[in-house]
Design a binder for this molecule. Sequence first.
Ligand code: ADP
Ligand code: MG
Length: 706
Amino acid sequence: MAKKETKNKQATSKKTTLAMRFARLGIHRDDDLILHLPLRYEDYTKLTPLAQLQAGITVCSEGVVVHSEIQYRPRRQWVCVIEDGASILTLRFFTFYPSQQKALAPGKRIRVFGAVREGHYGLEIVHPKTMVVHENTELSERLTPVYPTTSGLTQEALTRHIHRALNNATLLYDLLPEDLRIQEQLWPWARTIRFLHQPPRLTGQELDALTERNHPTWRRIKFDELLAQQLSLKRYRKQRALRKATLLSGRGSLTSALLKKLSFTLTDAQQRVWREIENDLAQPVPMHRLLQGDVGSGKTVIAVLAALRAVEHGKQTVLMAPTEILAEQHYRKLSAWLADMPIQLVWLSGGMSGVTHRQALKAMADGTPLLAVGTHALFQRDVALPHLVLAIVDEQHRFGVAQRLALRDKKHKTKGNDDDEVHQLMMSATPIPRTLAMSFYADLDVSVIDQLPPGRTPVVTRLVNQQRREEIIAHVGKRCAEGAQTYWVCPLVEESEKLDLLAAHTLYEELRETFSGSNQYQDETFPQLTVGLLHGRMKSAEKTEIMEAFIRGEIQILVSTTVIEVGVDVANATTMVVEHAERFGLAQLHQLRGRVGRSERESQCILLFEVPLGETAKARLKAIYESNDGFAIAQEDLRIRGPGELLGARQSGTPLLRFADLDHDENILERASAVANQILGLPEGETIAEKIINRWLGDKVEFFKA
Ligand code: ADP
Ligand code: MG
């Protein structure tokens, strides 16, 4: 009895270990096993005679072991020689077990597989795959797949499990309606899956196509993966149209007051997007709109117009920004714009307490019509907003997918007077390349401000070797003496906020010594300037103080970490210096450059770099130098980094697309999008969609709805 129990326990724990290993590979169900596709294939279908071997090719050959010895020079290794009557081949192992040596003892006939190279004593294979055979052991009739695997799970075991799953006919059932499959000239599902796991002998182009993933089987796989994603998003969007939100029709009193009050008129592009948003808000269904516009295109004013529309209706709105500096800047700007209007503006940040804070919370909880501005503290705290009708998220790409999900849940939990959902306006300065917009944002409506306000002079970008720093310091000093202001962004130290801080401090001290005159070696050529320091670890009050001094022009050079990266808007700042620009990402550099060029005066962005430059860094600096167009830069960024990072999903570690590649598969994406619409138009469309989504996404569905 006791014995049986232990046995059971052992069996269960074995199963859990296996499950854990599978989980590491993202395999939770048999559906996932079927879609665990080979990385590449090995060809054991034919033997190459040893006399025909050449360095550089990968072969399968056979021979009898004629020699086996352990050598100690230059390091311990096992050398084994095989012979096939006409020629010989050396096999070399740097790690090996006695059992292996025993199995491949002289006299044994073995089949070997691996890449041939030129050794000191003729051709050899290092760490070949080996198999003991007999003279008439048959050759494989199919290519042998090599799967991505994890420690503790051998290729053989994984292959066995996959083969078991392949016997389950329901998993191979084609979920795509036959007429659509034929319309798209796609291979049948079962044939595709079987082919990829057990391909026949292939040669030449067909083998290359399979390896490079543009064989018809791969087209079917990528198509279905994208189809599942499209269906998931489109279905979500369709469901949204059936839900309810407060209708905010145009009343105009506050919005028109703001438009009158502004010192500028809206650009055509701003007017167009405002009409689109106005129109959405006037519908009784929740708006989910992404407002895109390059840095400096004027998104904030559009957000405020939308917020005022809600307040006109006696409702509440939140405007959320990713950093405190940005949230505070919004608050400051809005305070000025809305100064003598009958609207309550509320500020909420992480480190607040005291009377103002309590009053703010109370006003919100009382349902007072207001506009609340803040960081994600707006959602983390126990904030009640019973009349919340609109949530605006600035620089939404800075929030991770998970945070966006939390935002949505928070809204569900925010009890209103009724069950109406909240309208959402997301803003982003990172233009989303078309393919990304079509795929990951297919559930959103998109408005684009594709025009900058008039009177801006394009920023001049200069790439300067770090060795010429002294010259740049002198140059910046001169510009500042003439009344301009400068951001000086310190090097990004990969993954260490502490070191970033250290770098910022060092830079600050250096510039202060140069410009403040406290240095006894003060050179006459350096003007007297005030240098300030801003970084993320500072207390809110300190940050505010520094930022305000910079806005007032009391600080001429602001040394900072990347906390000023997004949104910061000080028109008089016309120089941006980035130290070690080669360490920054493309989107970041574009954002940083976007901090200047906000007035009619000429602005400069000086990117200091250190040689030698790596390939990626070179590509990034070239792209930023050659283009001022956020759209082109985002496209390039997508190419360099892949979609996960642009989407902010990096934290989650979930690869969003496994097989399709938005850089190359744009036409497949387009077809998948069209077919998704066709499917959802069918009477049984919902059911089909459900099955396809489940096959591909399982529990990852949530990520696409964020
Ligand atoms: P972003 O789109 O990067 O958030 P902002 O909303 O911060 O840009 O706008 C950048 C600057 O341009 C702000 O100072 C803003 O007041 C100003 N601005 C916005 N719209 C216009 C316009 N139509 N004409 C002139 N200036 C404008
Ligand atoms: Mg902005």
